[in-house]
Design a protein. Sequence first.
Length: 111
Amino acid sequence: MNEFTDYLHEVFELFGPITIRRMFDGYTVYHQGIPVGIVYDETLFLKADAETRKHFESLELPQFTYQKKEKTIGLPYFQAPDFVLEDRHKAALWMRRAYEAGLRSKPKNKR
């Protein structure tokens, strides 16, 4: 971990506990085992879906993308607004949205 990822535990303390695991060149942020965020290059990206994407787009926040060969791949994560890192109440709201998006995208058990 690093100073930035350690700080995220404080940022989201009003929401609840998060865990952070190393992933390739960055980190994945989890709440109750559900992926809710990505940290890459000291930047936090939060999980989004069709219901929550509008919150990110209204603030013109970029989507997390990476290059694979000559193709740009976009993941369902968008850069968190700067105020999330400064306001614990807003951080809890945005993390709740990310968690709910994660729950909605979680594969359903097939029986």
